[in-house]
Design a protein around this ligand. Structure first.
Ligand SMILES: *Cc1c(COP(=O)(O)O)cnc(C)c1O
Length: 437
């Protein structure tokens, strides 16, 4: 696979190089430039296959020039060992549950793949371990920390805004210890993201300590997120698939949506996309009026989407040749308030006896409002359920008291000790921690 930076530098890199660097040296994001367009027969051949088999077949078409096919098979069997069911809600729409991995959120797909492929992508031989820096608004940290925990030759720093993730989210990444260091930053998610970017832009630090990113800016996070879009296409009956599927994607940094667009670029037939956001509506505003105005994030009950400067925006623009009109003609997007989100959780429970988490609820609301539009109205809606409702128990209790069961995997965490170091939103402190091995 060959990739180039969205910031315009003409140098191409391999997948391994892009994974090792995370961000391109010119500050841009790596974009694949040679994604194959696969024929309908390829997609049809995936019917009846298991999730990890779909993963292998798909990923081999893009990275088998750099990895053994047997290695890819093994990696996929190990990383994608959980189901991705689609729960029908109406005869026109279903919820695709992406939360059956170990941390109960879709980020397990990206993180589990990345943790297994990253040690193969190391570029330097300076004897130091890879240092993974990741900023999280909640779920990324959990998926990355658990994905990498105990992986040899890698250490992980998780930065998160203190007090702005739920106690359970915090425990998913801050109780592991070992090669995982969690940093409670006195600031916002955007501060955390900025600190990570500043550390990377220090070329010496970055080289000497083999810095790399596990955020959705890393291409290794995005490729495996194509899998479930493809899986949905392969498990839904042809009568549903043929008129088309609209994927509704609750979005924050827009990595998930970008992965879906990659699958579309690779020829997945008849798919369309709608993205839902909370009050952090930078992308819906952009689609509406063509002006991109990042701003400080505001806190909402769908906190994994509290992003004021979506890091994958440039990738999405690049997919549409930086043409606002093209993007607007294809992609739907709308924002949902916290009040409406709670209301949706209540209504879906009342009508279908089905619990959705606040992120998924934004998707359901937007689908309800947009599925009649001409561009979407003959398609089947697949709403991506990005997390298990129990991860947002406070909000669930407010909306539908007493109904949310906490899975064992989560409840076991509440006895564990939080090991985080508390630091100010200052990159020099992060630097000290990185260099004081
Ligand atoms: C990360 C996350 C999102 C947003 O995904 P992006 O790829 O950043 O757009 C939505 N919901 C949940 C539960 C998440 O953890």
């Amino acid at each position: 696979m060959k990739l180039i930076s969205t910031a315009g530098s003409p140098t191409t890199v391999t997948f391994k190089e892009a994974v090792a660097h995370g961000l391109a040296p010119d500050g841009g994001l790596y974009m694949p430039i040679d994604l194959p367009v696969l024929p309908v027969s390829f997609w049809q051949g995936l019917r009846g296959k298991r999730v990890h088999e779909i993963a292998s077949l798909l990923l081999k078409t893009v990275i088998s020039d750099e990895f053994d096919e047997a290695f890819i098979d093994e990696l996929c069997a190990d990383a994608f060992n959980f189901e991705v069911p689609i729960i029908p809600l109406t005869d026109r729409a279903g919820v695709m549950e992406l939360f059956h991995g170990p941390t109960l959120a879709f980020k397990d797909f990206g993180a589990r793949f990345m943790a297994r492929i990253m040690p193969e992508c190391k570029v330097s031989n300076n004897g130091r371990p890879l240092t993974v820096l990741t900023a999280t608004s909640g779920d990324t940290g959990a998926a990355v920390a658990q994905g990498f925990h105990g992986v040899e030759g890698v250490r992980v720093f998780v930065l998160y805004p203190e007090g702005k993730v739920t106690p359970l989210q915090e425990r998913q990444f801050s109780t592991l210890g070992g090669n995982v260091t969690s940093l409670a930053v006195n600031g916002t998610f955007d501060d955390c993201q900025r600190m990570v970017k500043e550390a990377f832009s220090d070329a010496t630090l970055s080289r000497d300590y083999n810095l790399t990113s596990a955020n959705s800016i890393n291409i290794a996070r995005l490729l495996p997120q194509m899998i479930y879009y493809v899986s949905a296409w392969s498990v839904l009956p042809p009568a549903i698939v043929l008129p088309g599927i609209t994927f509704v994607v609750p979005s924050g940094n827009f990595g998930n949506l970008t992965a879906g667009l990659f699958a579309w670029k690779m020829g997945l037939p008849g798919v369309r996309f709608i993205s839902s956001t909370n009050a952090n509506d930078i992308v819906p505003k952009f689609i509406e009026n063509g002006s991109f105005e990042p701003r400080a994030s505001v806190q909402t009950i769908s906190n994994a989407m509290d992003v004021g400067n979506p890091s994958n925006f440039d990738r999405i623009l690049a997919i549409f040749d930086n043409d606002h009109t093209k993007l607007r003609g294809f992609l739907g997007a709308a924002a949902v308030s916290d009040e409406t989100t709670r209301d949706v959780i209540r209504k879906v429970w009342a009508r279908h006896r089905y619990l959705v988490d606040p992120h998924t609820a934004t998707g359901l609301e937007v689908w309800n409002n947009m599925h009649q539009l001409p561009h979407f109205n003959n398609s089947y809606g697949v709403i991506l359920s990005t997390a298990h409702p129990a991860k947002f128990i406070e909000t669930m209790e407010e909306a539908v008291p007493g109904e949310t069961r906490i899975p064992e995997r989560l409840s076991a965490l509440s006895d564990k000790e939080v090991l985080s170091k508390h630091i100010p939103a200052d990159v020099s402190i992060l630097r000290e921690l990185i260099t004081s091995e």
